[in-house]
Every structure is written in C-alpha cells, then in structure tokens.
Design a protein around this ligand. Sequence first.
Ligand code: AMP
Length: 287
Amino acid sequence: MEVISRVAELRDRIPARRSTSVGFVPTMGYLHRGHLRLMEIAKAQNDVVVASIFVNPTQFGANEDFSTYPRDMERDRSLLESAGVDWLFAPDSADMYREKSQTYVDVPGIGAVLEGGIRPVYFRGVATVVTKLLNIVQPDRAYFGEKDYQQVILVRRMVEDLFLPVEIVGVPTVRDEDGVALSSRNVYLSAEERAAARRLPQALQLARKLIHSREMNSKALEMALRTYIAEEPLAHIDVVAVRDADTLEETIELPRRALVLLFVRFGRAQLLDHAVVESERQSPATR
Ligand code: AMP
C-alpha cells in the first residue's frame, strides 16, 4: 500500500488507473471493524481501493471534539495494509482547505434536521469535504456506513443534485456482541457509560416491537422511546425521532418504512444509532 499525502500527487495518479474500477472509503480514522467492513466490501467490488483518513475541521462545531478526536495513524495504516487497501490518502487541512478557499456545499433541507438541528455546521462540513474528496479521488463507487444514516441520505441527495459521477454504496451497521454500534467515539466511554450505551440497541428493539404491534403513531412511539431511554440516568437525549426512512419527513402516522433515529450523549460521547423498520400500511391507532 502506498501512502499519498498531497492532493496534487493523488490527482496525477488517478487517470493512469482509469481502465480499472476505483472504490473509495472516506473515514476520519481511528479505525474499527465497522470501517474495515466498508474496506472489505469496496475490495470485493473494485479493482483498486482508496481509503482516506482526514479529520475534517469544518464539520466540527466550536465546542466539539475536533482537537481531541482520537487519532492513531500508525495503527490505522497497518490495519488498512492488512485489509488489502491499495492507497491511503491522508491529506492535511492546509492542503484540503487552501488559503483562498471559500466554497462550501450545503444541502439545506436534509442538513438542517435531526442531527443537523443539534450540530448546525456539521452537514455543511460533511457535504463540502465529501465533494472535495470525490473530486480528488474520482472513484466509481464510494462506501458509507448506514450507522450515519442521515449522512448517507444527504450524500445521495448531493450526488444526484450535482450529477457527481459516482455510485454511493450504503453498508449496514457493524455492532459489538452486546449490540452497541461500533464508533471511534466509543473510546470516550467509561465502563459505566459503555454499559449504559446498551440502552440504544435495546430501544431500537423496543421500537421494532411497538411498530409491529401497530398500536402507536409516530409521536406516541417517540414518547415511549424517550421515556425508555431516559430511564437510563447516564443517557442525555439530543434526538429521538421517528421519520419516513426515505425522505426524513415527519408524519403523524407511522410511515411504511419508518426510520427510528437516536442521537444520545453518554458522558462526552455523542452516539448515533438507528433502525429502519418496515410495516404493512394499515391505519394505525391515533393515540
Ligand atoms: P468516520 O470515521 O466515523 O467518519 O466513519 C467513516 C465511515 O465509516 C462512515 O461512512 C461511517 O458511517 C462508517 N462507519 C462508522 N462506524 C460504522 C459501523 N459501526 N458500521 C458500519 N459503518 C460504520
């Protein structure tokens, strides 16, 4: 595996590979099995796999964890090497955001709701850096974890709106044995907080049961899940939402494909989890 640290160098190399398919996996590093699953799928579907590690400053708010975000380039590098990744692109911020840079990509509808309502600059930063990375790497396919469900919806919207010539592939969430979704930020959790975080997959299990029993509309389901999560004293709820899984629209009636999205803090770790639950469309009770 070659490590390339300059935008210009990577751009020069890409045209030479056009007869082969290129798969791309953008990450912020501190890799775990979730990231490696993306690499594995990219490797199975493409001739060449490019991974990037870039902790993108523009998607962090002023009070967020940009400076303390976990980093371990040496470990990441050997994990990617073992995963058979061909190129690791690890640029620095000054190269990605040059001195005169002033252009941002904004997806104002999808980017402003749910997680975007709590983190106002987040999705603008994500849309901007993903556009830059796609333009630099020019992959045939790019791989995103469904763990960050809203991010996948937003990237798909952006790619369609801007006619970006890339296929977006979503990959299901990889979890620990106890159901907690793997995340680089899990390293922030104390032992008690890590145990408390099991409330999230348990809440999703409850949501599946309640949706299938069709006793509740979206709002009653949100209330029931909020109450259930709040029973865990270490959980600080930012978002508990039931939405249409395709459009993220809010509806009183349960949508046929319901997204249950949880954004909950445990200590200093902001954890995300979600489930998409399909049900027959039958008029649910309106209580
Ligand atoms: P990050 O480094 O957190 O920006 O994540 C890089 C990519 O890996 C994103 O597309 C994430 O959605 C994906 N990812 C992170 N955690 C998981 C997981 N537990 N399962 C599947 N994909 C994941």
